[in-house]
Write a protein of this length. Structure first.
Length: 156
């Protein structure tokens, strides 16, 4: 296991919320703390990293290059932690398969076969995310996506 430095988890969570909300004030509301507490956590993180993460503008926050690099990693990491906590709390020791599918395919083919899947693979929880547009698998937290297309012409 790698040696981990003193990871400021509260400051990292505060950064993720502030970046997603685009505002220290809205981040404070979501985190149920004061705007000053959010500002303090961000200043602490910037101090520790030796970089500025946000440009403060009259219309809100803008991520710096460093902030843009850190944000997606923090968002994915916190999403992964939240999903795992949900699984542990629900007593689901098995795996979760997050599949993105077109709504008509889900309703017409996949859902009618769901019970067969459950019987065949009891340790896997299937979660469907239906959509009608192209999605970003990693950003949506999907394991895979099923899309209509020409047979034999897989896309990278």
């Amino acid at each position: 296991m790698p040696d981990r430095p003193d990871i400021p988890l509260n400051a990292l969570r505060t950064f993720e919320v502030a970046a997603r909300q685009g505002s220290f004030t809205r981040a404070a509301v979501e985190l149920r703390v004061t705007q000053a507490a959010v500002s303090h956590q961000i200043a602490r993180l910037e101090d520790m990293l030796g970089v500025i993460l946000f440009h403060r503008t009259p219309t809100g926050l803008m991520l710096t290059d460093a902030g843009q690099a850190l944000f997606p990693v923090m968002e994915r990491g916190l999403d992964d932690i939240a999903r795992m906590l949900d699984r542990v709390a629900a007593g689901q020791p098995g795996e979760v398969l997050n599949i993105g599918v077109v709504t008509t395919f889900a309703a017409g083919w996949l859902i009618p076969r769901h019970q067969d899947f459950v019987r065949a693979y009891p340790g896997i929880t299937l979660r469907l995310s239906t959509h009608n547009n192209r999605v970003e698998i990693a950003r949506e937290g999907l394991t895979a996506e099923v899309r209509p297309g020409d047979v034999g012409h897989a896309r990278p």
